[in-house]
Design a protein around this ligand. Structure first.
Ligand code: HEC
Ligand code: HEC
Ligand code: HEC
Ligand code: HEC
Ligand code: HEC
Ligand code: HEC
Length: 381
């Protein structure tokens, strides 16, 4: 009995030794092939790069994490910093030396201001750029409501129901504190889950189409006092106001290459569009239905209306927004209350009866509606 036991133990020890030997061999093989692979051409550790990007690994004392400026979500245009994706696309194209220079010894007014205090060694820079290259390939991943969250939510609901049932009916657990704890814990966790989902939902709901370039009317029409008609020259004589071409932007940006808010990044896109003959695909904001006729020239040139009467204080907007609802009521209202410059404009010569009324003092002003601006056919051809 004793003998057989020790015999089997001995056999077990042999097996152990054998396995141990195999393990050492495999480990050694693994290490050498890895070292070999490194010699073949090192691969960036994307996970390390990601942690550097999010500031989970220190990037230098007093430095900011990249993600604090280069946001992961399509930024509202008030965020002048390049979004993470846009930045990653640029970074992926750089060689390591340029990438290093942009972060550690940046040149250019804005870059010198924002990329400061980074202490990253070559290996970290390599991983970081590797992560950015991957990011520029895959983009930001959508996060659907996870099954886990849903299950936890339901489970908590179940637990709380049981607690309630026990308080009022089954009364199995004598200590009321247990029920109270379960319910408080359950509700606060459920609230947390709901809050998270709401924030995620809000993100798509408030989604304002980002313009391809962070163009600001405040910077141009406000701070630099550029006339609206310089860029929307068609508003004076045409039906639509029209948007400027990249060529027109270049009248100034041939020289102005550094914006005080966005640095070189946004203006570089204008130059790129111009030099490569690409259209800048502005996202259209105002849009009347097809069955309505509206002419800018009629209002700007003939009616002498200011752009701001219909578009609001555009010169104060970084992000352009539609100020009025462009409903039929809005058009008709203005036509009823807006005087036309009846006497001094040849355009109105044909309205003889109204001229007579004015001369005889029957009325002291003529509104747009009086000259037919509110006839259905004027707006609905
Ligand atoms: C304080 C905000 C801020 C932080 C933090 C920041 N950046 Fe930037 N980054 C900017 C701005 C602004 C620009 C545009 C500068 C310019 O074009 O003049 C920029 C531009 C870039 C560019 C493009 C360079 C180019 O030639 O246009 C890269 C690449 C970049 N950042 C990488 C990073 C990385 C990697 C980190 C983290 C280690 C980081 N940034 C941290 C604000 C920031
Ligand atoms: C330097 C050129 C420039 C100047 C000056 C300028 N704009 Fe613009 N405007 C643009 C560009 C580019 C867009 C398209 C991007 C955007 O919507 O912000 C635009 C868009 C608009 C739109 C929205 C178009 C749409 O999609 O519905 C309105 C309205 C507008 N501008 C009015 C004005 C008014 C009013 C002024 C003067 C206070 C003015 N703009 C001055 C370049 C300019
Ligand atoms: C009449 C001259 C002029 C024209 C035309 C013009 N810009 Fe500018 N733009 C400027 C000036 C001046 C600045 C401000 C530079 C600064 O911040 O010091 C500027 C700044 C910018 C900036 C950076 C804003 C910031 O504060 O960082 C962007 C982006 C820009 N322009 C895009 C455009 C686009 C797109 C067009 C054509 C639709 C255009 N510009 C047409 C004069 C012009
Ligand atoms: C009487 C109201 C009114 C006035 C005044 C007015 N607009 Fe508009 N604007 C509109 C309406 C309405 C639209 C939408 C037109 C459409 O969808 O067909 C529009 C559209 C635009 C657009 C984008 C589409 C296009 O027509 O190319 C621009 C840019 C624009 N306006 C600029 C201006 C500028 C610049 C001025 C001043 C010179 C001005 N507007 C004066 C009502 C007005
Ligand atoms: C800010 C005030 C204002 C708003 C808002 C406005 N209009 Fe006008 N509109 C005028 C004035 C003033 C005239 C007279 C100019 C003239 O003699 O044609 C006019 C004239 C017209 C005419 C020409 C009538 C004629 O005599 O042939 C048409 C068509 C018209 N508007 C359509 C519209 C439409 C469509 C809208 C809404 C999308 C609109 N307007 C919004 C002020 C406005
Ligand atoms: C000053 C310009 C103007 C005049 C005059 C005008 N409309 Fe309109 N109408 C509009 C505009 C702008 C819209 C689009 C409103 C919107 O999309 O909310 C519209 C929309 C409509 C619609 C709704 C269509 C839809 O898609 O829901 C009808 C119906 C209509 N108009 C009938 C009339 C009739 C009938 C008259 C004459 C009594 C008239 N309109 C006079 C500007 C005008």
């Amino acid at each position: 009995m004793v003998k057989t036991l020790s015999g089997s133990l001995w056999r077990g020890e042999k097996k152990l030794k054998f396995f141990f030997l195999c393990f050492v061999l495999f480990y050694w093989a693994g290490v050498t092939t890895e070292a070999f692979a490194k010699k073949q051409g090192p691969q960036p550790d994307v996970k390390v790069g990601e942690r550097l990007f999010y500031g989970l690994i220190p990037t230098g004392e007093g430095s900011n994490s990249c993600v604090s400026c280069h946001a992961m979500y399509p930024a509202d245009s008030m965020n002048w910093n390049p979004s993470a994706i846009e930045m990653a696309k640029v970074a992926a194209e750089m060689d390591l030396a340029t990438f290093k220079e942009h972060l550690l010894t940046p040149t250019g007014a804005m870059r010198e201001k924002v990329h400061v205090k980074y202490q990253l060694d070559d290996e970290q820079l390599f991983h970081l750029q590797g992560y950015l290259a991957e990011l520029s390939d895959t983009g930001v991943k959508e996060q659907p409501i996870s099954i886990n969250k849903l299950l936890i939510f339901l489970l908590l609901g179940g637990l709380m129901t049981l607690a309630l049932v026990d308080i009022f009916f089954t009364k199995k657990i004598p200590y009321k504190a247990v029920h109270v704890l379960i319910i408080i814990f359950g509700i606060s966790f459920q609230l947390k889950i709901v809050a998270h989902e709401m924030i995620d939902l809000g993100r798509s709901q408030d989604y304002m189409p980002d313009q391809p370039i962070k163009f600001s009317h405040k910077v141009h029409a406000g701070d630099n006092k550029i006339d609206c008609l310089y860029c929307h020259s068609n508003a004076d004589e045409g039906k639509s106001a029209g948007l400027p071409s990249a060529g027109l932007c270049m009248n100034c940006h041939q020289v102005v290459r550094n914006g005080s808010n966005s640095g070189q990044f946004e203006i570089a896109k204008v130059v790129d569009a111009y030099e490569n003959n690409k259209d800048i695909e502005w996202v259209r904001i105002h849009n009347l239905p097809d069955h309505v006729f509206f002419s800018h020239a009629q209002h700007v040139n003939v009616g002498k209306r200011e752009c701001q009467e219909c578009h609001g204080e555009v010169e104060n907007m970084h992000i352009l927004k539609q100020e009025n609802d462009l409903s039929m009521g809005w058009c008709l209202d203005c036509h009823k209350k807006t005087n036309v410059d009846f006497l001094d404009n040849d355009y109105y010569k044909t309205f003889e009866a109204l001229h007579k009324d004015l001369a005889e003092g029957v009325r002291d002003s003529i509104q747009a509606a009086d000259i037919g601006a509110n006839d259905c056919m004027k707006c609905h051809h």
